[in-house]
Design a protein around this ligand. Structure first.
Ligand code: PLP
Length: 403
């Protein structure tokens, strides 16, 4: 099928929940994807921060192929080795002691919300159930995670929302202190708000939040669905902020493109879950856990992709700063590692379309913030190409405005 036919069939039979670009992707290799007509694109969206190893990484493909032949899925009524091995690795590399596996970021956050409520309920009784989250946060599209999300646009029409969520502005400690009470079970936040316009939390603010939470036995939940798995230059973003959460959620990059989510917690918190508290049919099946184990190995082996991605993140940062100096349409550039935002003085969508016409895929959040989340395996030459295309696109727009 060609792009137009694919577009038609999808539009006709799939529910209309996505504002899609006129591009049908048929295959990928490295950081390139190919459309139905065979045209090549440099992908700096990477499945929205999912395909950290790009497309068709030979070791990942081989690991998945091997596992497919042995066992794809079995019920969580039984044990599998890949699940145990993956949990062990995640625990070894993080603050956590225990893991719950599910299939997506929203589900990982659902697990975290339930865990926090149960912890508070068991230790302090039924009146302690509130969770404080941040304005412009994004935590998912299930009803609980929509309620947690601090953006009216994802909530409108779905009321009544789940009770017990309060939203305060990120990086405003007084605002947080004001709403904390004996009813507060948890504070939940992203270390960098990805969907919220690549807004980075202030380390001093986070240390204040950590202290406040520790003093009052309020759980600190870090939503690392987007920032986790090397995206910011360390395996988990919290490592660069000088704090440790009590609970952390992962998804996106964890499975190298296969759907997996994880909720990690310290023993103190995790022990409130018992058989029947929470479950997932597919959660942590043998195939996705094998893929995630291989992703971790490739990222963390000596001189592996995570180390290499740090240099590339710094290179991209420098390139974007140089661009900002030349282009008055750029108000701010921010982010960490290979999660970068370019805040514009104009609408971002036409810029995204201009880049697409030049066969470079980028994405836009909050209307005016271009977001770059390329595969961590991206090469310096490819970053140069991205920067050249951005420069050309901005220069053309500037010239049009001047005319
Ligand atoms: N949390 C964060 C920080 C996210 O960025 C996202 C998705 O963009 C989610 C949760 C939801 O993840 P999923 O779409 O896998 O449910």
């Amino acid at each position: 099928m060609l792009t137009e036919e694919i577009q038609q069939i999808v539009s006709h039979y799939v529910m209309n929940t996505y504002d899609r670009f006129p591009l049908a992707i048929t295959r990928g290799r490295g950081c390139q994807v190919y459309d139905a007509e065979g045209r090549e694109y440099l992908d700096c969206v990477a499945g929205i921060a999912v395909n950290t190893l790009g497309y068709g990484h030979p070791d990942l493909v081989a690991a998945i192929e091997r596992q497919v032949r042995h066992l794809i899925h079995t019920s969580n009524l039984y044990y599998t080795e890949p699940q145990g091995q993956l949990a062990r690795r995640l625990v070894e590399y993080s603050f956590a002691d225990k893991v719950f596996f599910c299939n997506s970021g929203a589900e990982a956050n659902e697990a975290a919300i339930k865990l926090a409520r149960l912890y508070a309920h068991q230790h302090y009784g039924p009146d302690r159930f509130e969770i404080i989250t941040m304005v412009n946060s994004f935590h998912g599209r299930t009803l609980a995670t929509v309620s947690a999300t601090g953006q009216a646009k994802v909530q409108e029409g779905f009321e009544p929302l789940l009770p017990g969520f309060t939203h305060v502005p990120l990086n405003n400690f007084e605002a947080l202190e004001k709403v904390v009470s004996d009813r507060t079970a948890a504070v939940m936040l992203e270390l960098i708000q990805g969907e919220g316009g690549v807004m980075v939390a202030d380390p001093a603010y986070l240390r204040g939040v950590r202290n406040l939470c520790s003093q009052r036995d309020i759980l600190l939940i870090a939503d690392e669905v987007q920032t986790g798995m090397g995206r910011t230059g360390t395996l988990f973003a919290y490592e660069q902020f000088g704090i440790q959460p009590d609970v952390m959620t992962l998804a996106k990059g964890l499975g190298g493109g296969l759907p997996i989510g994880a909720c990690l917690a310290t023993n103190k918190v995790a022990q409130v879950f018992s058989p029947g508290s929470h479950a997932s049919t597919f959660g942590g099946n043998a195939l996705v856990c094998t893929a995630a184990l291989e992703v971790l190995r490739i990222l963390l082996e000596e001189g592996g992709e995570l180390d290499r991605s740090r240099e590339k993140g710094a290179y991209l940062e420098k390139g974007l700063q140089a661009l900002q100096e030349r282009i008055p349409l750029i108000k701010d550039v921010r982010g960490m590692g290979l999660l970068r935002g370019i805040e514009l003085t104009i609408d971002g969508k036409p810029v995204v379309m201009d880049c697409l016409a030049r066969r470079v895929m980028i994405n836009c959040t909050m209307g005016r913030v271009l977001r770059l989340v390329p595969p961590l395996i991206i090469q310096i030459g490819e970053l140069d190409h991205l920067l050249t295309v951005l420069s050309d696109v901005f220069t053309k727009r500037l010239n049009n405005i001047k005319r």
